[in-house]
Design a protein around this ligand. Structure first.
Ligand code: PEP
Length: 254
């Protein structure tokens, strides 16, 4: 049985004061929804103050990015062990990192392996662009992102990864995938290659999320699909009512 999982990716939004206020409003309601693993991923500067407010709750804290090296002369970067001092989760390979910061399947692989070594749970993002979708290349792109991005992981820890299927054309556009399409992509191009790489048990036990214009209005439809275990939520995670309603919809899946 895979526990439902909902993570909020705040991206580059919220000052420390704004982050505190958002979390203070969300925490009392989210804390009561115990059927769902809930994670907030604020920007780096707000990690510590948000973490302080989450202490004593069952709401997890995640970062949005990190470097794979343990330490050294990498100005501006943050090491896995530094993230792990405050967080349990790390988003890896978000499409905005791939697009604006030249991340590749190979760097995603290094970060995923480094995250697991640091005892972080990586939330690994995959998904095709609009051009790839329209030219019928979803299968090729998503299965390659899985095969390369998650290759050669310690088999003992591979099942701890969370994968987010986020078609790039659906992120922040208001144009979500259909739930049937997302379910089929996850079944055929995420779980299947994972099963081939790490065995059927791992392929079936990894939590796989859908991300891309998830809202309170459409969340239940996604969570009604057998392969979709939750959501990675961008814009709607910045609104208390929306995010709470998405988590409540995930709880019904439990
Ligand atoms: C995201 O950034 O991962 C995302 C899914 O964004 P949105 O929900 O705004 O589409």
């Amino acid at each position: 049985m895979r526990k439902p999982f909902v993570a909020g990716n705040w991206k580059m939004n919220k000052t420390i004061a704004e982050a505190r206020s958002l979390v203070s409003e969300m925490t009392p309601i989210l804390g009561g929804i115990t059927e769902v693993e809930k994670v907030l991923c604020p920007p780096f500067m707000a990690i510590f103050p948000v973490g302080a407010l989450l202490q004593g709750t069952d709401i997890g804290l995640g970062a949005q990015n990190m470097y794979w090296e343990a330490k050294g002369a990498f100005t501006g970067e943050v090491a896995p062990g530094m993230v792990a001092e405050f967080c349990m989760y790390i988003i890896v390979g978000h499409s905005e990192r791939r697009t604006y910061f030249s991340e590749t399947d190979e760097t995603v692989n290094k970060k995923t392996a480094a995250a697991l070594s640091a005892k972080l749970i990586p939330i690994v993002c995959v998904g095709e662009t609009l051009g790839e979708y329209e030219s019928g290349r979803t299968a090729e792109v998503v299965s390659r992102q899985i095969r390369v991005g998650l290759k050669d992981l310690d088999p003992e820890f591979a099942a701890q990864c969370v994968v987010a299927y986020e078609p790039v054309w659906a992120i922040g556009t208001g144009r979500a995938s259909t739930s049937e399409n997302a379910n089929a992509v996850i079944r055929d191009f995420i779980r299947k290659p994972l099963s081939e790489m790490y065995g059927e048990q791992t392929g079936q036990s990894v939590r796989v999320l859908y991300g891309g214009s998830v809202t309170a209005a459409n969340a239940a439809e996604f969570f009604g699909q057998p392969e979709i275990d939750g959501a990675l939520v961008g814009g709607a995670s910045l609104k208390v009512d929306e995010f709470v309603a998405i988590v409540q919809a995930a709880a019904k899946r439990a």
